[in-house]
Write a protein that binds this ligand. Structure first.
Ligand code: ADP
Length: 245
């Protein structure tokens, strides 16, 4: 049996997700499981519902109908859709990491401050947060660049900061929206390696929206959306996380 086909525990189970914006149906009865220690690529044409699905799975923007169950180790299942906003935000900060193209890194802050911020909003004292952020940046090859503002870093380096920020809190699921979209192919490859290593390589899960087939092919599983519906759920026989190929 292929290693990829071994059953892994489900960390997020989504059932019957439905989301509309006016007359546009963005998600139409989507069922999807996110497995522990595994990577999933969500593909589909522009407007097919990829971001809406990512946001629903991460509890950022709830669907109109459906259930999203988060199974955290050490505690019982949690229904994201039934949490109040504040509790959902807190859960998101603790359990999830995000690598989005915009919006999460703050240009006015240095690399280390951007990473430390993810800890400080979880009430980690500043000195401890800066220490952990520094180590996370070092692990991602950014030693010596801690005090640079984002504008003084290349696109690939900025994505490394975003990855450091997403995993410094110990998040068990990292969500990435086109994490390599703005990068040249060599940098894209490097960032993808790092992203996989920090997530599936560390026993965490990665859920990634991408347009890029070669990026998606590196994930354990690919699903395709079309007009808000999941049209298949191929298993990729590409990389199983953690090992540089
Ligand atoms: P994708 O990420 O695949 O490009 P989206 O999930 O962003 O697709 O959008 C799916 C559909 O829902 C699109 O038709 C989009 O225009 C619509 N949509 C998404 N968000 C909103 C919103 N906040 N208001 C209105 N329509 C939206």
């Amino acid at each position: 049996m292929l290693e990829n086909s071994l059953p892994r525990p489900v960390v997020i189970a989504a059932r019957g997700l439905y989301r509309s914006f006016g007359s546009t149906v963005a998600l139409d009865n989507v069922d999807l499981d996110i497995h522990l220690g595994s990577s999933l690529a969500i593909m589909g044409p522009s407007g097919s519902g990829k971001s809406t699905l990512l946001h629903a799975l991460a509890g950022i923007d709830l669907p109109d109908a459906g259930r999203i169950t988060l199974n955290r180790s050490g505690s019982g299942p949690v229904q994201l859709e039934s949490l109040k906003d504040k509790a959902r935000s807190a859960l998101r900060r603790e359990a999830f990491g995000f690598v989005f193209q915009s919006g999460l890194l703050i240009p006015e802050l240095t690399a280390i401050e951007n990473v430390a911020m993810a800890l400080m909003i979880n009430s980690v004292p500043r000195a401890n947060a800066m220490d952990r952020a520094g180590r996370a940046l070092q692990q991602l090859g950014l030693a010596g660049m801690e005090d640079r503002r984002l504008g003084q870093l290349s696109g690939g380096q900025q994505q490394r900061v975003a990855i450091a920020r997403a995993q410094v809190t110990g998040a068990s699921v990292v969500f990435a929206d086109e994490p390599t979209g703005a990068l040249d192919s060599v940098t894209s490859e490097e960032v993808l390696e790092i992203l996989l290593e920090c997530t599936v390589g560390a026993g965490k899960s990665l859920v990634m929206v991408t347009h890029d087939r070669s990026v998606a092919a590196r994930c354990d599983r690919i699903v395709h959306l079309s007009d808000g519906r999941l049209v298949d759920g191929n298993v990729s026989h590409g990389r199983q996380g953690g090992v540089r190929s």
